[in-house]
Design a protein around this ligand. Structure first.
Ligand SMILES: NC(=O)c1ccc[n+]([C@@H]2O[C@H](COP(=O)([O-])OP(=O)(O)OC[C@H]3O[C@@H](n4cnc5c(N)ncnc54)[C@H](O)[C@@H]3O)[C@@H](O)[C@H]2O)c1
Length: 312
């Protein structure tokens, strides 16, 4: 299969690329390197079945490129990913996440693609009344980022209705693993890992009881690759473990893996922080045959090992 991965130089996108190449597919990446890096693609460049183009997804040249490449499937992960930046600059967020998605869909249509696999976020659920969030939970966007992800989802539906462009939406919980940047606010695992491996202080916001659903990046890459092959039918699936992990426990596991002191500092909770989150993975199992396979301790040890190898 020929697959285009937008945002393929990023944290999750580069794992999707590696997994597609390992399965023998031909892979094309468009990325403007605004937060991603070609360092994440060093193995891909050696594969002989990999093509990279540095380009903003909103660039008018995207259509011609996709017509030339003719990908059967487009995995669309390029995005403005920071909730806080979306609040500070909602126009930029909408331009990248909504306008950018419209550009990717137009190019996919021009290039004759069969399907789009889209990366959405659990942010679309706002403060969910039921945890783990069921597959059919109502959405409640409480940030421009959540609104732009939902807007992009609506564009996917409209292109399917108008042009028959198939899609699957994958709604991602908190993804962690090797290559995640500690610069992004989404990456609490990366932030703790960097600090604990380097022997630097760490801070928990609130009393440490806030929970998140941490899912390992290789498992997410499996879901993207699985969704490339299947018929999407315009369905959306939550991808997480269904398990809630407190900030305090997360810190302890990473400190243990890093052989560091498990003594975080505490700071007041941040405005707008969600107290708890986890999503029900059962519908993804029923619809995609996907299950998260990596136990949290195992995934966090692999992340610490990767961070150590970068320091050598
Ligand atoms: N990391 C998570 O926990 C998480 C959770 C939910 C959803 N997501 C979604 O998954 C996707 C990937 O996120 P990530 O964590 O790998 O982030 P990332 O920042 O590492 O990856 C995003 C990639 O998109 C590229 N990009 C950004 N704007 C672009 C543009 N205008 N044109 C071309 N390329 C552009 C960046 O350079 C980067 O390589 C995003 O859509 C994000 O919203 C991530």
């Amino acid at each position: 299969m020929r697959v285009l991965v937008t945002g393929g130089a990023g944290f999750i996108g580069s794992h999707v690329v590696d997994r597609l190449l390992a399965d023998g597919h031909e892979v094309f990446v468009v990325d403007d390197l605004s937060s991603g890096s070609t360092d994440n693609l060093s193995a891909a460049f050696d594969s002989g079945r990999f093509h990279f183009h540095e380009l903003d997804i909103r660039d008018p040249g995207l259509g011609a490129l996709v017509v030339e490449w003719k990908p059967e499937v487009v995995c669309h992960l390029a995005a403005q990913i920071s909730v806080r930046r979306s609040v500070a600059d909602p126009i930029h967020d909408a331009r990248v996440n909504v306008e950018g998605t419209a550009c990717v869909l137009g190019a996919a249509r021009e290039g004759g693609s069969r399907k789009v696999v889209f990366a959405s976020s659990v942010a679309v659920y706002g403060h969910p009344p039921v945890i783990p969030v069921p597959g059919d939970a109502p959405t409640d966007p409480r940030s421009p980022y959540a609104a732009s992800k939902l807007g992009a989802e609506a564009y996917l539906s409209s292109y399917r209705a108008l042009y028959g462009l198939d899609f699957t939406t994958l709604v991602l919980a908190n993804v962690y693993g090797p290559r995640q940047s500690a610069a992004g606010e989404a990456g609490v695992v990366a932030i703790f890992t960097d600090a604990l491996v380097d022997g630097k202080p760490t801070v928990l916001y609130g009393d440490g009881t806030q929970t998140r659903d941490y899912v390992f990046v290789a498992d997410i890459a499996d879901a993207f690759v699985g969704a490339c092959g299947s018929e999407g039918g315009g369905r959306r699936f939550n991808l997480g473990t269904g398990l809630q992990t407190t900030d305090r426990r997360l810190h302890s596991i990473i400190a243990d893996a890093a052989g560091a002191n498990d003594k975080p500092g505490f700071a007041p909770p941040r405005l707008g922080d969600l107290p708890a989150m986890a999503v029900d993975p059962v519908p993804a199992y029923e619809g995609l045959g996907w299950l998260p396979r990596t136990e949290l301790g195992e995934g966090l040890r692999a992340t610490v090992e990767w961070r150590r190898s970068c320091r050598r």
